[in-house]
Design a protein around this ligand. Structure first.
Ligand SMILES: NC(=O)C1=CN([C@@H]2O[C@H](COP(=O)(O)OP(=O)(O)OC[C@H]3O[C@@H](n4cnc5c(N)ncnc54)[C@H](O)[C@@H]3O)[C@@H](O)[C@H]2O)[C@@H](O)CC1
Ligand SMILES: Nc1ncnc2c1ncn2[C@@H]1O[C@H](COP(=O)(O)OP(=O)(O)O)[C@@H](O)[C@H]1O
Ligand SMILES: [K+]
Length: 482
């Protein structure tokens, strides 16, 4: 599990660590890691390479200057575009000059590599106009072979909000971000996350000094493989768990087919369907046991209710019946819209069994009374605390937040999933994982992770539809569990 810490926690840890080290040690460690990655980005052809440092007024600029000095010593032609000469890191600039580098007001003609040292964890808002102009000008330059310059961001891509991952205004889009000590939220959530490009974490000895809980957890393949239930010779369908699906309708049978499809790709031993799309579901999935009425559905270990259900009386009755059980529940799409009703919301808040709400931004706004806004993690945590449910807030980097303050971010998102019906597949899979006995937050992040992998897998074969995503869920799990 990768972990991200907020700026205040990083600063406290840095202070504690620095008290034990000679001045400047941390910056030297950071710069060495940065220079090593820059050389790699130049395919180790450092001699003669055109390197432009964009240098802001703080320590982020200092990192860039020391790394630039190391590259200059290896024969690179290094130019520092200093944005605020009065506040530049003087010792760093001196080191660069001593190594044969130079400072200039504008970038040189040839730029193979841009080092973004404009601003790091001291950033406020989007890039200011001077920095934005220097960035754009440098990006217009070309390298020795006429190629566009590679962009390496120092710590974070400049211009992003480090604690929330929000981006307002101009920000750097990096090919690689070399960060120090630990990841920060902007690397893993919000519109900032894709701007970081590939992430490299340089160990500067900070980890033992990070004494607070991380703000965000990011699972990797091994975490997800571990979380998936293992089946053995003693298992039969009921021990694996049964998932009940109350989605879709005669008007929207597709939602029912897609959510049962997602459920069938999960660990549950049996999928039951209850609703007015019964015939269509059985035709599409012969292994599903289907009834018209929820009351006749039989025993399950978890329910999925919502997508394609509509918001009429029958839909409200289905949601109420599911909420009245003491089973884990996934509330998706129309179920979320019905929760806006006060009595229904009270019913939800009064439950003690696990619940997962799976809103996209508009559903979130209806439920919470406002859009998730700039701080998506904060917004998801507030809704989770208010509803006493795990909240899976969909997006490019889907967030899972728990009522007791834990946050996960999914790293496998892909824009290929931004197509009708993929959310239904996700809800079904999530229900199957709940029925399989996973804790709700683990089920939620596991579902999001697998769903993202399936989206990526489906996209390898062309434009993606929701059935493609459902069909890819099994092969991606097979690849994951080996
Ligand atoms: N503190 C430490 O021990 C270490 C810090 N390191 C580096 O130091 C950085 C933090 O340095 P600082 O605290 O000096 O802060 P920064 O270098 O991130 O920012 C400093 C200044 O940038 C300007 N600025 C803020 N927002 C801006 C914007 N949107 N557009 C243009 N300019 C803006 C402000 O004048 C601000 O004071 C880290 O990100 C990392 O790169 C590393 O050297 C590792 C060790
Ligand atoms: N721009 C995007 N990039 C990556 N993933 C996205 C994007 N937009 C939506 N998604 C994902 O696609 C899925 C869409 O779900 P949802 O909005 O409920 O669609 P539907 O109701 O059509 O099934 C979610 O898993 C969401 O995280
Ligand atoms: K930066």
């Amino acid at each position: 599990m990768r972990q991200a810490w907020r700026v205040a926690d990083v600063r406290s840890a840095e202070e504690a660590l620095m008290a034990h080290l000679p001045a400047g040690t941390l910056m030297q460690r950071a710069a060495a890691g940065l220079a090593r990655r820059c050389a790699l980005m130049l395919d180790q052809r450092v001699y003669g390479a055109g390197v432009t440092l964009l240098v802001g007024p703080g320590n982020n600029g200092g990192d860039a200057l020391y790394a630039g000095a190391m590259l200059a010593r290896r024969g690179a032609s290094v130019t520092a575009v200093v944005l605020d000469p009065e506040r530049v890191h003087q010792a760093g600039l001196k080191a660069l000059r001593a190594a044969g580098g130079r400072a200039a007001a504008t970038p040189p003609a040839t730029v193979d590599l841009i080092v973004d040292g404009i601003v790091g964890i001291g950033a406020k808002g989007g890039l200011r106009s001077g920095a934005a102009t220097a960035l754009h000008r440098t990006l217009e330059r070309r390298g020795r072979r006429g190629q566009r310059p590679v962009v390496v961001a120092v710590d974070v891509p400049s211009g992003v909000d480090v604690d929330t991952g929000n981006v307002e205004g101009v920000a750097v889009r990096a090919d690689v971000t070399v960060t120090f000590g630990c990841l920060k939220p902007a690397h893993v959530v919000g519109p900032a996350a894709p701007l970081a490009g590939e992430l490299e974490l340089v160990d500067i000895g900070l980890r033992p000094w990070l004494r607070t809980d991380p703000a965000i957890l990011v699972p990797d393949r091994a975490d997800i493989a571990r979380a998936l239930p293992k089946h053995g010779p003693g298992d039969e369908k009921y021990t694996r768990g049964v998932v009940g699906i109350a989605t879709g309708s005669a008007t929207y049978p597709g939602a029912a087919i897609l959510s049962t499809w997602g459920a069938l790709a999960g660990p549950a031993g049996l999928v039951r369907y209850a609703g007015s799309a019964r015939e269509a579901v059985v035709q599409a999935h012969p292994s599903v046991i289907a009834t018209d009425r929820l009351a006749d559905a039989g025993r399950v270990q978890a329910w999925v209710v919502g997508s394609g259900l509509g918001t009429d009386d029958a839909a409200a009755t289905a949601v109420r019946m599911v909420l009245a059980t003491s089973l884990p529940v996934v509330l998706d799409a129309d179920a979320l819209n019905l929760l806006v009703d006060g009595a229904m919301a009270d019913l939800m808040r009064g439950r003690s069994a696990p619940m997962v709400l799976t809103p996209h931004d508009r559903e979130f706004a209806r439920l919470a009374g406002e859009e998730p806004g700039a701080d998506r993690v904060g917004a998801a945590l507030r809704l989770a605390a208010h509803t006493n449910a795990v909240v899976l807030l969909k997006g490019d980097r889907t967030i899972v937040a728990t009522p007791n303050g834990l946050t996960y971010a999914n790293p496998t998102g892909t824009a290929a999933l931004a197509t009708g019906g993929t959310g239904d597949v996700l809800a079904g899979l999530l229900g199957s994982l709940l029925a399989g006995g996973l804790r709700p937050e683990v089920a939620a992040i596991t579902a999001a992770y697998l769903h993202g992998l399936a989206g990526r897998e489906a996209a390898r074969h062309g434009p993606v539809t929701a059935p493609d995503v459902a069909a890819a869920l099994r092969p991606v799990q097979a690849a994951l569990t080996g």
